[in-house]
Design a protein. Structure first.
Length: 1019
């Protein structure tokens, strides 16, 4: 090593220069005296004096030169050019500099200037070895290792063959600078020059020293082992330094190997006390490094060699066992400290290993070993990690009993032990404040962790705000702690404060913190809630692109379903069906444990994937069926795929899905499963299969739901029109009677009419739903109304619709919860069924409310159904009430009333033999009402109706004779037409009429144009 003294023999120097000389001359360098030189210091002047003599080329020096030249730094295959000789005067100056006893001041500056000049102008692959070696010797004499390395690098890059002295001095510089890679390179060149030099102990030791400086324990170990192959052994100091490096690097195996090798090499040289001191020092180093395996090994070495271990060292080893949570091992060491031959204590069972913690503390006190704060904190951390608050409190009480003052780490562990007990954690935090103990980041993390475990997200945010503004916490880098920020970000995400959540998430990424997967998941959902589904998918892709090899190996992302759930939801929000299909392929391939909700979403979205394929693949993912708290499997996803099969009307696949679930997967069908199968066979009008599944549902005793009643209503509607077997109706009746609060006396024997019996069962079903607080939905009511038009039957549905309309008018359409969802089809079915309803005023009142409060498309269908099912007088009354209520009527509304006057039962529709005639001249009264109202809009539909009827009736007047009532109708409609055209110019009206009426028929509406013209002129 560079601190070791050695003698540079003139033979070595001569050999170095001869090996590096050119083929036309050989330089023999002799040292004037044998001087001792320390590589880390410059040579004494006596050893740097050179006498140069020129002699004929010798055979051995030529062979040395050739052999080393083949192993030079670089290989030049071109024809070598003659070397450029260095100036002789400068060479003499360097000789003089090396001969001086002091190498500093102007002489050193001049020598450095010369060397720098040579490096720039004369260093080539053919440079004479004596010149290159002198350059390195001058650099070393300056005691500047950086300059030595500069010269060495220049020579190496130019391809100059290194002499042994060059390698020696360069290795010494590497040792001082810690340049282990260059040192290893020098060792390689030393091996290449095996013909001119033997393996050098100094080069090896300096290389090892450089590895120590760079903390490269494995390289140092390799060099020590390689040295032994050349029968070289490093100094004891180097051995010990290498072992210390392995201890610092926590490399237990390397520590054992190197220590045993060291003892084999020096056990006969060093006395017992020296060996004891070395092992004891290493024992101290292992304890300082908190490396329990190495400390135990070194302690065993001391014990094996009959060396005593002090109580202090033994105590520190026991403390280390506590810090590493090796409680039983600590108890064993305590027992051995008392009696080395004593039987070790019995270990606690693995499921109760924490019992050893209390016994460990008791044993320490029993053996008169002080229990320091670090041991108490280790016990508290252990209990805190597994949320054993009772045990932690016991240790805490023991601390206070022995007057050990808790620190911030103690309170952090105590709070962690609280599990989900938010109040208890608050009490510990208050105690920390009373003790005036300055909180640490661990304390803040524990303080926020407990409400987070309890899912009290608002409390997490309250505590964070409290800590952030607390004087005791001033200076804590809360915004830079990934644990604290992760808890706050998740809390914001769980209470759907997406903007704040994303602000913290973005801040974490900007500051270089790596959020955990929970934070990433919340960020994905936050983007989705803000309708930024593209950002969510981009973040999902980024997360996969940036995952580490360790994450890939442990399948971290594949085993974190929250990310996949969010990605699928983003695809659903953005209608990215192709991307969802790609996610589905990956999920199935990687067996990602997605949630049941995500499985349902995929089943609904991926319509391009056959339902059979979905079912086969979903069976491979257990998370789609298994639950954490229930022993039975959940059929939600099975039902989602079954719904697909039902919508596709595929009874074979539906039967197979249910059969696979029951027989292969042991999934018990629930109410939805039966409802879907009943719906399937009700849609297919397969009465036998419906009857079969109704019996299975009855046997399973599942609770009927809305979807079951919906299917029953549909089937009752089918049976009211065509019943293949009266037994099917009776079975439904028996099923319903089981759920009646008051048993019914009605049965099929006392009701002869099938339709009447089916209608009665429909009303019974509504009664049961009301008792069970199940509100019938739209489809259920539609099928109910199809069973009968009897007023007593229809009024049940009418009441529900009235409630829904009232709720919508009071609370708005979007928040009318708990009521029937009103659709065009339902309203049309209702008012068609109300054809014979006796309370016309009630119907009209409902329609007025519908027109005022519901969307136009719904009210139009309701008016259409009413006008189609009622006579002109009823329609006229409704129109009167609508106009009196200041309802705004659309073109479609008005058209339905106008059409009613010519299509109701008392009217005379147009035919080849008779003219159309309004019922009792109802059109005249309607026109009178419409002309007087300002809330009526008449557009293309009404205009087309009026023009068509004016033309047709006018033609009938000419062909079939004049009729006064017909003319009154024509005049009334013309009057309404004038009102409709009042806001248009004559030119616009004329152009419009010319496009919709044949030229020959314009004469029939000419009076309309005349009246419009007269009105313009009068104004």
């Amino acid at each position: 090593m560079w601190s070791r003294h050695r003698r540079v023999s003139w033979q070595l120097l001569e050999l170095s220069l001869r090996a590096a000389s050119t083929c036309h001359s050989t330089i023999v360098v002799r040292s004037t005296s044998s001087a001792t030189r320390c590589i880390s210091h410059r040579l004494p002047a006596s050893s740097r004096r050179l006498s140069i003599s020129i002699s004929p080329v010798q055979q051995d020096s030529q062979s040395f030169s050739r052999s080393l030249q083949q192993r030079s730094f670089t290989r030049d295959n071109g024809k070598p050019e003659p070397p450029i000789p260095v100036p002789q005067d400068e060479y003499e100056e360097l000789k003089t500099f090396l001969a001086e006893p002091e190498t500093s001041g102007p002489a050193m500056d001049r020598a450095k200037e010369i060397v720098m000049k040579w490096m720039q102008q004369y260093v080539t692959s053919d440079m004479p070895g004596q010149d290159a070696t002198v350059m390195v010797m001058v650099a070393d004499a300056m005691q500047d290792p950086q300059f030595v390395m500069h010269v060495y690098t220049c020579l190496r890059d130019a391809g100059v063959s290194p002499s042994p002295i060059t390698l020696e001095y360069s290795a010494a510089a590497c040792a001082r600078l810690g340049q282990w890679q260059t040192a290893m390179e020098i060792v390689d060149y030393m091996h290449q020059a095996v013909e001119i030099m033997k393996p050098s102990l100094d080069i090896y030791e300096n290389a090892i020293t450089s590895c120590h400086a760079a903390k490269k324990w494995i390289k140092a170990k390799y060099l020590l082992e390689e040295m032994r192959t050349y029968k070289l052994e490093a100094s004891p100091e180097l051995h010990v330094a290498s072992i210390r490096l392995c201890i610092e690097s926590l490399e237990s195996t390397a520590t054992e190997v190197l220590l045993r090798a060291f003892l084999r090499a020096y056990e006969g040289t060093l006395d017992a006390d020296e060996i004891r001191d070395i092992i004891t020092d290493l024992f101290h180093a292992a304890l300082d490094a908190e490396s329990l395996p190495q400390a135990l090994f070194l302690r065993n070495e001391l014990m094996t060699r009959q060396y005593s271990v002090s109580k202090e060292l033994h105590s520190r080893l026991v403390y280390l066992c506590a810090m590493k949570r090796q409680w039983h091992k600590g108890r064993v060491l305590l027992q051995q400290f008392v009696n080395i031959n004593a039987r070790p204590p019995t270990a606690a069972p693995s499921n109760r290993y924490t019992d050893d913690i209390h016994r460990f503390l008791d044993d320490m006190q029993a053996n008169d070993i002080d229990v320091p704060l670090v041991v108490y904190n280790a016990a508290l951390r252990n209990f805190g990690q597994i949320s054993l608050a009772g045990d932690a409190l016991s240790v805490y009480s023991n601390m206070r009993k022995h007057q050990v003052v808790p620190d911030a780490a103690s309170f952090a562990a105590l709070m962690c032990s609280c599990g989900t007990n938010v109040k208890q954690s608050e009490d510990f935090f208050r105690e920390l404040q009373r003790a005036n103990c300055k909180p640490t980041l661990d304390v803040v993390h524990a303080y926020l962790l407990i409400p987070s475990r309890a899912k009290e997200w608002e409390e997490v945010l309250r505590r964070y705000t409290l800590v952030h503004d607390m004087p005791l916490c001033t200076g804590l880098p809360l915004e830079s702690d990934v644990r604290v920020q992760s808890l706050v970000a998740v809390a914001y995400g769980r209470i759907h404060q997406s903007e704040e959540m994303l602000r913290i998430f973005t801040s974490m990424k900007v500051k270089g913190m790596e959020p955990n997967l929970h934070v990433y998941g919340e960020a994905l959902f936050a983007y989705i809630r803000q309708d930024q589904w593209r950002h969510a998918l981009m973040l999902f892709d980024h997360l996969f692109q940036q995952q580490t090899s360790e994450m890939q190996e442990k399948r971290k992302l594949e085993t974190f379903p929250m990310l996949w759930d969010a990605a699928v939801l983003a695809c659903e929000k953005g209608e990215q069906i192709e991307r969802a299909a790609m996610l589905y392929d990956t999920i199935i391939e990687q067996r990602v444990l997605i949630s049941m909700t995500t499985g349902e979403r995929l089943a609904a979205m991926l319509t391009s994937i056959p339902s059979e394929t979905l079912w086969t693949s979903f069976q491979l993912i257990p998370s789609l069926y298994k639950t954490k708290t229930k022993s039975h499997l959940n059929p939600r996803v099975q039902n989602a795929v079954l719904r697909r099969a039902v919508e596709e009307n595929d009874s074979n696949l539906a039967e197979r899905i249910v059969t696979d679930g029951m027989q292969k997967m042991e999934i018990t069908p629930n109410s939805m499963t039966f409802a879907l199968m009943l719906r399937l066979y009700a849609n297919r009008e397969d009465q036998e299969s419906f009857h079969l599944w109704l019996g299975r549902m009855d046997e399973s005793k599942v609770k009927p739901t809305l979807f079951v009643f919906r299917a029953l209503m549909h089937q009752l509607s089918n049976l009211s029109h065509d019943c293949e077997n009266r037994m099917y109706i009776d079975a439904i009746g028996d099923f319903l009677h089981e759920y009646q609060s008051v048993p019914s006396t009605i049965n099929s024997t006392n009701i002869k009419s099938t339709r009447e019996y089916v209608a009665k069962l429909g009303r019974t079903a509504l009664d049961i739903m009301e008792d069970c607080r199940i509100g019938p939905d739209t489809i259920c009511l539609q099928n109910y109304l199809l069973l009968s038009q009897d007023p007593d039957h229809v009024i049940r549905a009418l009441v529900l619709v009235e409630d829904a309309v009232s709720a919508t008018s009071e609370r708005g359409e979007d928040i009318a919860q708990g009521c029937v969802h009103l659709t065009s089809r339902l309203l049309h079915t209702l008012f068609t069924a109300l054809n014979n309803f006796p309370d016309g005023q009630r119907m009209r009142k409902l329609l007025v409310q519908i027109v005022k409060d519901l969307p136009t498309d719904l009210s139009e269908d309701a008016i259409a159904a009413f006008c189609a099912a009622n006579d002109g007088q009823s329609a006229l009354q409704l129109l009167q009430e609508l106009l009196d209520s200041k309802c705004s009527l659309s073109d479609e509304h008005v058209l339905f009333f106008l059409t009613n006057s010519y299509t109701c039962e008392t009217s005379s529709p147009a035919s080849e033999d008779s003219r159309p005639k309004s019922a009792n001249g109802m059109i005249v009264d309607m026109v009178s009402l419409l002309c007087a109202s300002e809330t009526v809009a008449m557009e293309a539909g009404c205009l087309a109706f009026l023009i068509q009827h004016i033309v047709d009736l006018s033609k009938w007047q000419q062909q079939d004779g004049f009729d006064v009532s017909t003319q009154d109708e024509i005049n009334a409609m013309k009057k309404l037409l004038v009102r409709a055209f009042a806001h248009f110019s004559i030119a616009q009206v004329t152009e419009f009429l010319s496009k919709v009426i044949a030229r020959d028929d314009l004469v029939h509406v000419q009076s309309v144009l005349d009246e419009l013209q007269g009105a313009r002129e009068s104004h």
